[in-house]
Design a protein around this ligand. Sequence first.
Ligand SMILES: CC(C)(COP(=O)(O)OP(=O)(O)OC[C@H]1O[C@@H](n2cnc3c(N)ncnc32)[C@H](O)[C@@H]1OP(=O)(O)O)[C@@H](O)C(=O)NCCC(=O)NCCS
Length: 403
Amino acid sequence: MRIRRIGAAERPALSLPLQAYAFDRTPMPPGELEDLRKHARYSEGNVTLVAEVDAEAVAVASAIPMRQNVRGRVYPMAGVGGVATHPLARRQGHVRALLTRLLGEARDAGHVVSALYPFRPSFYERFGYVGLPQTGTVTFSPADLAGLLAHDLPGTVAVERIKDGYDSYRALFERLLADRHGFATLPEYRAVRLRDDDEHWLATARVDDEVVGAVTYRISGHAGTLQADHLLATGPLGRALLLGFFARHVDQVATVEATVAPDERPELWATDLGTVTETRARFPENAPMGRVLSLDALAGLPVGPGRVAVEVVDDPFVAGRYLLDGTGGALSVERGQAVGAASVPASSIPTATLTAAGLSGLVYGVLDPDDLVVRGLGRVPRDAARQLRTLWTRCVPYLAVGF
Ligand SMILES: CC(C)(COP(=O)(O)OP(=O)(O)OC[C@H]1O[C@@H](n2cnc3c(N)ncnc32)[C@H](O)[C@@H]1OP(=O)(O)O)[C@@H](O)C(=O)NCCC(=O)NCCS
C-alpha cells in the first residue's frame, strides 16, 4: 500500500468516487456526479491523501486548513473530513495509516489542533480526539416574541439574499472567531460556497453601521417554519434585534427554529417566550470532536496558576514529558523534564499520565481530571488533578461550522 497526496486534477477520478460511495445516495445518475465535480473548487486548498493498492485508490482522507479559537487564542486547525475506504478494502488498516500521515503532515505544517465530525466517536478517540459539545436547536413561536417589539431598540435589521450580504456575514464570523472559545472558520475558498449556492436569506443587525448580529435562514412556506442557522450575535442587543425581526413573521410562519451554542439558554431571551431546545448527539448527527496536535505550540495560552508534570502516552504527535506552568497566567511548556531528574524532584511536582484524548479534553475544557480517570484517558493522582483543574478550567467550546 502506498500513500500519496493528490491535487485538484486527480480528485474527480480518485477520491470523489470513494467519498460519493461512502456519503451520498448512490449509484448517482451521471449528471449528479458531474455536479459534484463542478464543486471541486470548494476543495482546492484541502490536503487530500489516498492509499493505493496496485495503483488503485482504496482509501481517502482530507484535511481542510481552518482556524479555531482555543481559550481566547486563534490557532491553525486541521478540519478532517471525507474519510472513506472502499468496502472491499475496509478493516485492513488503510485509514489508520492515512490518518496518521495526514495528522502528522498537518502538525508539521503548523496546525496546532484538529477537529472533525465522527461517524463513531470511539473510532476517533483512538486517534486522540475527544468529544466536544453539540450545538442545540431551539424551537419557538414568533408570537411569543411580541414583547420585544414594544422596546425601541437602538439598531436596525436588514434582510437580503446571502449572495449580497456574504461579506458582512463572513466578517462577523471572523470577529466571533477572535472572541469565542471553540469557534472555527473555514478557509475562504470553502466558505464562499454559502454565497455561491445562494439558498439562504441573511438578516443582519447593525448599530451605527457596526454589525452586531447575523443569521442565515430559509422559510419552508406559508404557515410553515422559519429555519434559521446559527444565531450569531456580539451580545444581547444583536440577538434581541434578530429576535425582533423573527417576531415580525408572526402572521407568516408557525414556528421558528434556530441553532444555538451548547451553553445557550433561550428561555431567558424574553419574558413569556416558550421554547423547546434539543441537542442530538447520536449517529448520524454525532457531536464534533477535537484534539491537540502540538502541546509545545500552546505555550502562551491564557491559563490558571497550576503547575504540573504530565506524561502523554500512546500518541505519535504529542507523546512525551512536559512540565506545565501557568503561574504567570500564560502557559509555559517545558519539554523532556523527566520527573525525578535533578531539575524536577518527583516529590515536589504533581504528575499525571494522559492519553492524547485526555489531554485534549482538558485543553478544550470539556473534561475534569477525574473524568479522565473514570474514562480510562489517564492516571491522575489527586494532587495532579488539583493542579490540572486550576490550569485548565472547564469551559464550553462552541464549534459553529460543519465541514
Ligand atoms: C470507517 C472507515 C473509514 C474505516 O476505514 P478502514 O480502512 O476500514 O479503517 P482501518 O482498517 O484503518 O481501521 C482503523 C482502526 O479502527 C477500527 N475500525 C475500523 N472500522 C471500525 C468501525 N466501523 N467501528 C469501530 N472501529 C473500527 C479498526 O479495527 C482499526 O483498529 P486498530 O488500528 O486499533 O486495529 C470505513 O469503514 C468507511 O469507509 N466507512 C464508511 C464511511 C465512513 O463512515 N467514514 C467515516 C466518516 S467520519
